[in-house]
Design a protein around this ligand. Sequence first.
Ligand SMILES: Cc1ncc(C[n+]2csc(CCOP(=O)(O)OP(=O)(O)O)c2C)c(N)n1
Length: 649
Amino acid sequence: MSSAEGTADFPGGADFPGGELRADKPDNQAAGQPRPMNELLNTINDPADLRKLERRQLKQLADELRTFVLQSVSQTGGHLSSNLGTVELAIALHYVFDTPQDRIIWDVGHQTYAHKILTGRREAMRGLRSGGGISGFPRRTESVYDAFGTAHSSTSISAALGMAQAACIKGESRHTVAVIGDGAMSAGMAFEAMNNAGVSDANMLVILNDNDMSISPAVGALNKYLARLLSGSFYTAAKKAGERMLGNVPTLLELAKRMEEHAKGLVTPSTLFEEFGFHYVGPIDGHDLDALVPTLRNIRSLGGPQFLHVVTRKGQGYKLAEADPVLYHGPGKFNPAEGIRKASGGKPTYTQVFGDWLCDMARIDSRLVGITPAMREGSGLVRFEQEFPKRYFDVGIAEQHAVTFAAGLACEGLKPVLAIYSTFLQRGYDQLIHDVAIQNLPVVLALDRAGLVGGDGATHNGAFDIAYLRCVPNMVVMAPADENECRQMLYTAFRLDQPTAVRYPRGSGPGVAIEKEMAALPLGKGEVRRKGRKIALLAFGSMLTPALQAAEELDATVANMRFVKPLDEELIAELAKSHEMLVTIEEGAVMGGAGSAVAEALAARGITVPLLHLGLPDRFIDHGDSAQLLAEAGLDKSGIITAVKRRAS
Ligand SMILES: Cc1ncc(C[n+]2csc(CCOP(=O)(O)OP(=O)(O)O)c2C)c(N)n1
């Protein structure tokens, strides 16, 4: 059993043979008597309750909590592997630190379910990620224990440093802790913060939660460095070097040798973080409460920037997730005893349409290279990596770098296709303007999750790309109305000699047959899909389907605009002349969006016509069911009809 709905980060759903629950046996359970369900967990309504427990009880609590997380996520969908990996860490942090007075900032925040459950949201987990329910990420408005709102990665160290410095300035004595994964640690922003924090005397602790995974296997030199830190041989060498250091007074020759070793980073495994000015402790087992609790207590008594390296395992305690943490990163609902089962049949998602196009195009044109900032699965690049490993680049969680890296490739005559979520391109905006657009480089941006994403909520909605892209000179921006148009637009984009974005929504489209044959669309041309009277609906991308439905009742003309930029100004002028009202409809922020572009075009030609702009309102849209959220925003058939009738009356 599985729902096709995974997290927005991840599609969810694939075949897996029968599963098995593996909660590690609690200590005293071996003796016989089964315990009441959630015996301890049910007594924890906030961390003060947790701090009343004896240390020896924490293991039982961890077992109960882990089982609760698994059961809960299997019923709501959400992030699983990462949350099974942070159970002990969440317990130890709230046990040792005086939360909420002390601040814990979770990076990304997708791994905070145990933290949520321990901080008064056990029952609320039932409504996780659904309309009106709690968020899948930390939210300051949701709980005082959520010290900082997150969902995009690698912000925790900066925020923690800000809070630690604020405490200093205000003369408040408290601890600030950032918990960051090895994937998130690979982003430039994390290092910018380390660079800043290391020379401060801020009392802050950075905990590196190292599970050797991003969503898919972690990539990059930092990852290799961390692996080296953990490798036995490196430790042995470092230990021996340390022993020699502590031995007899060294000769000059030995000193010179040690200096060389030190310069090479061979003497102490903590070189990198210590060179940044942090006091490094670790690595320790992040599932061993007997190691975590005393270590955190010790560190709590130290001043200045501290760095604790903990090693955890994604999916810990649930066999199937341990074996395939990628599959269980962000599943939909599933039966824990069976594991995730692929939802059979169904329409292809836009992500799949993109992935198939990429492979087909790569076969035709050897200049094509594919780039993902750590979203291989979510962006549909799994097959491309297998078929074209040398032309595939996972650059880590590094959107800024990804954009400029694409620019570099384009400078040398390659044709980079950057697969990136609309929301994450926000990170690479200056790079897009400064490195790609000013130099008019032919980079294709395959913008997935453009529009509302559902369960992941406001942080992940692709609401702003139309507005932030269309104002950039040299950009071409297209929005496909169906799957086949998506394929043809990607092809069109690839053939252009300038930066081009194709923005498509999460999930599947109307189910139009996909033509294998690729043909370029005329640049900046829309098409009339239905002829009606008085009212013309100008639909962009995904909004064509509800526009056509609404048009039946309104007897309206419907244009599939296809291009946000360049706009089909001729078509707009024509429709303005032949209709009494124009209605623009887009799945993007209405302010500065495609509708604004239409208004600007009309104004530039001195055409006045009653105009109605439908799109996402000027407020952040929370998590919930995508279709319902669209309806609430008035972007479904009945919303369009109501808005048009209201305006026309
Ligand atoms: C800026 C940004 N890019 C991409 C993502 C998508 N994303 C969510 S979790 C994740 C992996 C995080 O890996 P890590 O920090 O190691 O945490 P883990 O899940 O392994 O505990 C990614 C890439 C994101 N949230 N933010």
